[in-house]
Design a protein around this ligand. Sequence first.
Ligand code: COA
Length: 213
Amino acid sequence: MRYAIEKMTLADLPRITEIEKLAYPTSQWPTSAYRRELQENTWAHYIVVRDTTIAARYQQQAQVNELPRRGFPFGFRQPSPVASEAHLRSIVGYAGLWLMVDEAHVTTIATHPAVRRRGLGELLLVALIDIGYEIGARWMTLEVRVSNEPAKALYHKYGFKIVSTRPRYYSDNNEDAYIMWTDEITLPDYRQMFADHKAQLLARLAQDAPVPG
Ligand SMILES: CC(C)(COP(=O)(O)OP(=O)(O)OC[C@H]1O[C@@H](n2cnc3c(N)ncnc32)[C@H](O)[C@@H]1OP(=O)(O)O)[C@@H](O)C(=O)NCCC(=O)NCCS
């Protein structure tokens, strides 16, 4: 498939910060918060989604630019700045959760504005729910701005329901948050709904042609 889900690493943080600024213009997490999450929070699970065609294009470019440069010491190729740029640029979204006992709390989910409405936010949510299954979660929960229609629609699609409101939860504009919960994700009905949506999504993404180089 063109898109790959991977664990977030410290090396990814410059790109995460870049997308964070675009995705949450008024209320970003600083890079240090993500660093802490990755290094210190044993309950946290963070992932990125990569567009592998972006990495491939940058790699090709890097090879063209570098030939026939000789590395030092002899025979040793320095890591290419273009190649590592490729690794960063190929990240087009990210997401995370914390496991609290048997509840998986989604902390963030964001895609780069240039790749919205292609199923990648959904792919990230599917990957988080899969992680939820792996780590023994029975429920998924999250907070969302009451005005965030795209996110609410995405969560609704995966069975999240509004159960209560946290007044003035967001300090940048005093906006309320809806608290959303799924039913137990281990119940047969939820598993079936999840499997159906996931299969449809993967079929859709499989048809997503690579961008010409
Ligand atoms: C929310 C967000 C992650 C969705 O990402 P995306 O890559 O555009 O989402 P997808 O293309 O995978 O869409 C999946 C579903 O979400 C819903 N959705 C996404 N964008 C939507 C929009 N603009 N209007 C209505 N529904 C939308 C739809 O139900 C869609 O399913 P469909 O394709 O069957 O219609 C993205 O808009 C984003 O990064 N927003 C900024 C950060 C943010 O607000 N995160 C949520 C914090 S709680």
